[in-house]
Structures are given as C-alpha cells and as structure tokens.
Design a binder for this molecule. Structure first.
Ligand SMILES: Nc1ccn([C@@H]2O[C@H](COP(=O)(O)OP(=O)(O)OP(=O)(O)O)[C@@H](O)[C@H]2O)c(=O)n1
Ligand SMILES: C[C@](O)(CO)[C@H](O)COP(=O)(O)O
Length: 382
C-alpha cells in the first residue's frame, strides 16, 4: 500500500533554529553535511515524500538564506524564523500555520535526519483516537539515580521510554496548548506541552534510526566515501525469444528466456548497484513470482536500483560490465549499450564500460546454451 496516498492531509514543522553547539560542526548542525546533503534536507525531503503539506522550517532568523539553500526550491516548503528556544520556534511555526485549515501537524527535529515513512504513518494514524502521538523506544540499560557522581538509588526503567520526534498532534490542540504554556519554563518537547494542557498523548513504536545528531561523534559514522558492488546473472538462450542485452535489442537466431525481458547484462548491473549499498538483489525487489514483472523491460529495474543508491546517499561512479557469450558478437553493439546504460544510470558514457568474452566453446556459454554477465559498480558518496 502506498502509505503517503493512504494518509489524511497533514502539515509538518521542522525545527531547525538551534545553534548546534554540542555538535561542534563549525555551522549549526542542521546545516552541516551528513550522508551527502545538509542534515536539514534529509527530513524535509522525507516529509515532502510522505505527503506533508506545507512543511514549515523554523530556521535561525539570521540564517534564512542558508536554510533556503539547504532545503532547495520546493513550493511546499516554507522557511520561517525560529525563536530563542525550541518551544518558541514551534510556537511561531504553529502561528504561521494557523488559519490555513490545518487539522494535523507533525513536529520534527531537523537534527533527526533519518525519517522513515512507516513512523510517519503510525503517528498520523494514531491521531484518529488521540490528540497527540509520539514515537518512543524502551530503555534497555539499567538506570540509576545519580547524586554527586555516585549512585543514589535505582530508577525503574520499565516505566520509562526514550522519546523521539516527529511528534504528531491535532493542530488545534497543540496550538492552544503552546499558547497556554507561554511564559512558563521551557518544555523539553511538544508532548509535554500538550500533556500539561490536559491533552492525551499516545505512544507508538519509534526507531533507533530516528536518533538525534547531538554531539560531534554523532557525525563520525558518516558513510564511507565510496562503496563497490558486484553482480552476476545467467539466462538461457532459446528460439522464439527476443535478445535484449545492455538495454539494446539485438537481432539473433536465439533470444534469452526469463520472467522479464531477461536482459542478463542489465540484471548484472542491477545486482552490482544493489550490492554496493547492501540493498539485497534483483530477486528481492522484483521476484520472478510476481506477475507484474512478466515481460518487464529491465530498464525499470536499473532505474529502481539507481534510486536506492541515491536514497542511500550515493551516486553512481562507474560501472564495468562483462558479457560472456559465444554469439552474437557484442562489438557492433557495444557503443549502443554503453549509451543506453549511461542514460539509465544518469552518468556520462565514459563511466560505463562494456566488455565481452567467449569461453572458447567451453561450458554452457561455449555451447551457446546461455549467456552470462558480470558487473562491478562503484558508487560515490554525494
Ligand atoms: N531555539 C531553538 C533550539 C533548538 N531548535 C531545534 O530543536 C532540535 C533539537 O534541539 P537540539 O538537538 O538541542 O539542537 P540545538 O539546540 O541546536 O543543540 P545544542 O543544544 O547542542 O546547541 C534541533 O533540530 C534544533 O535545531 C530550534 O528549532 N530552535
Ligand atoms: C524534542 C526531543 O528531541 C525529544 O526527544 C528532545 O527533547 C530535544 O532535546 P534537546 O535538549 O533540545 O536536544
């Protein structure tokens, strides 16, 4: 099910007006690069893709330009000035949304860049029965009461949860609660604001990936600058089948049989790309048991794999393909294949190598029973 399509309308607020002092990134951490793009961009993109509209970004009043640059041009994203505290940033953002008929709102820390759609869906669905909903995780370590650097007693962790964002609210409830709170001590998060106003706050499963980038070491787990992957595939040659290789149709006495168009060369590249970001293999994403892929052009498999590489924070560096077959001769079609593969990968043709070899009539390829292909892909952190 497409979760975004199933979700009722909701707005989002991304609080990004902090100083990020603990993270020591040289700029406020929400503008630091992380996994190929500014921290702030990750959750704004995820919220837009989840269907949030509008997405209000509360940024430092003296860094509105930096915020616009970080989020890019998107008509659904509005940058506004935050406040001196997180709470003030939220309250101002809620005021910006007031009067627009907004019924639901997600409030999210820009400092939590890994935002996944299933958490958004869980939170929005919870609003059917409650005024607020927050993602939480259990405490897995034992807890102590600390006093002057010594243990002063044991805390009951079973009654405690670790709270994350995004936090979801019925708009009218959280907007009124924030204004009812105004002037008191700063609240840790928006759930506390609603709870203090007597609102109900449901707990839904959080996700460790929603962790907040807070300290410098939190930026140390950044992705490696490059990753490689390899792919290998085989398909049988058969009469009456079309021969597609490297995204190109080739006239030949036999074609390749398979559930899709059986383009063994593109399949090897797909597996190399998926392997480079640890995203399974072509069968994971396009199971041969699924009738929707019957006769499918393998172009779409490759496009999907490129999308997963991009989502993982990488872009395609270069690809090296070797086709193993006795016939047909690949040479006359090499450049057409390179051009088509480069087009599908979104790279220059110089980043695509297509080689071919026979096996000197040895083995299944030598007996022209089938064609094999292997590929290596290098992906580069964006
Ligand atoms: N006046 C503020 C303070 C914080 N935030 C946002 O609230 C989120 C969570 O706050 P935190 O992790 O504490 O961020 P900072 O306050 O920037 O961090 P530090 O305390 O290290 O300066 C961040 O996305 C931050 O940008 C905000 O919008 N407005
Ligand atoms: C809002 C929050 O992320 C929920 O866990 C947390 O309260 C923010 O705390 P911080 O001190 O502002 O980082």
């Amino acid at each position: 099910m497409d979760e975004a399509a199933a979700l009722p309308p909701f707005a989002a607020i991304v609080v990004a007006a902090g100083k990020g002092e603990r993270a020591r990134q040289g700029v406020p951490k929400q503008f630091a690069f992380w996994r190929g793009k500014p921290v702030l961009r990750h959750s704004v993109d995820a919220l837009v893709e989840s269907g949030a509209n509008p997405v209000i970004v509360a940024a430092p009043s003296d860094m509105q330009g930096e915020a616009h640059a970080a989020v890019g041009d998107n008509p659904r994203v509005e940058v506004v000035a935050g406040g001196a505290t997180r709470q003030a940033s939220v309250r101002h953002s809620l005021d910006v949304l007031a009067g627009r008929g907004c019924e639901r709102v997600l409030i999210h820390d820009a400092a939590r860049p890994e935002l996944m759609r299933d958490v958004v869906a869980r939170l929005i669905k919870a609003l059917e029965t409650t005024a607020g909903a927050i993602p939480v995780l259990p405490v897995v370590d034992s807890l102590v009461i600390a006093s002057s650097g010594a243990m002063d007693g044991k805390a009951e962790r079973e009654a405690i949860r670790r709270v994350q964002t995004p936090q979801a609210f019925r708009f009218s409830a959280i907007h009124a609660a924030h204004h009812a709170w105004e002037g008191a001590a700063n609240a840790g998060d928006d759930a506390q604001v609603l709870h203090a106003a007597g609102g109900s706050v449901a707990l839904v499963d959080g996700d460790e990936r929603l962790r907040k980038l807070t300290f410098a070491e939190d930026f140390m787990d950044d992705l490696p600058p490059m990753r490689i992957g390899s792919g290998y595939d085989v398909h049988c040659l058969a009469e009456g089948e079309e021969l597609w290789l490297g995204g190109v149709r080739i006239e030949h006495s036999h074609g390749l049989s398979g559930h899709s168009d059986a383009d063994v060369a593109l399949h090897a590249i797909v597996d190399a790309l998926l392997g480079s970001v640890g995203a399974g293999d072509i069968g994971t994403h396009f199971p041969p048991s699924d009738p929707q892929w019957k006769g499918a052009a393998s172009d779409r498999f490759l496009t999907h794999a490129v999308g997963l590489v991009t989502a993982a924070g990488y872009s395609v560096g270069n690809v090296d393909l070797t086709i193993v077959c006795e016939a047909p001769k690949i040479g006359p079609h090499r450049d057409a294949m390179r051009e088509r593969i480069a087009q599908l990968l979104g790279v220059d043709i110089g980043a695509v190598s297509v080689k071919a070899t026979t096996t000197e009539r040895l083995g299944f390829t030598g007996r022209q029973e089938g064609i094999a292909a292997q590929a290596v892909a290098l992906v580069i952190r964006r």
